[in-house]
Design a protein around this ligand. Sequence first.
Ligand SMILES: [Zn+2]
Ligand SMILES: [Zn+2]
Length: 231
Amino acid sequence: MSRRFGSPPDARIDSPGSVPVPKPSDVSSLSRPSTTSKGLDPRAPLVLDTRELGRRPGSQRRTSFDAEAPAGLGIEVLRVPDGAPVHLDLRLEAVMEGVLVTGEAQAELEGECVRCLEPIEDSIAVDFQELFVYDDPENRGDEDDEDVSRLEGDLLDLEPVLRDAVVLALPFQPLCGEDCPGLCPDCGARLADDPDHAHDAPIDPRWAQLQELAGPAPHEDPAGQPGPDKE
Ligand SMILES: [Zn+2]
Ligand SMILES: [Zn+2]
């Protein structure tokens, strides 16, 4: 594996067996790795650098850290707040075709009950596993296959994997409680706060009166004569 860092000659790594660990002074010249086609940002919270792992199959590395949640992690009615911590426990394993990432993510959730709109606080823990294929010429035959996750150089982007795992784990219809009675159809009161809620007389008649006042809807002929119709 030869990689040019554009660094001074004394930083060249060509002695066999040496581990290519760039010194801090070399890192600045890596700000735009030529191998990163889509431009993954190595500083993005969910972009991982696999260089330390190496490419020898069986090589493993474990890591745990908190990442800031990307915007829109979850569904509209139940999600991880933007920027909230997502705790990740990851195992990266080099395999023949790429890097296998196995992990668990934990985060707090915010949302609303779909029946009564009461705020919901919950937490989530999801497991996921994804193979990131090496970005090598021999692996590019199916480049159009969007189901394949790819490394970009040494970088991989965990965000799509995390997104899918979280969304799959969330209920489509989050409720404040399994038996949430929802809202009163007449006045909108939250029935869980007022189980004996009742109306003496239905409110409907007032609406009926308003409808009478409005009278029948004016009838417009949508298919008017296209041409002038003079007498
Ligand atoms: Zn509810
Ligand atoms: Zn009511």
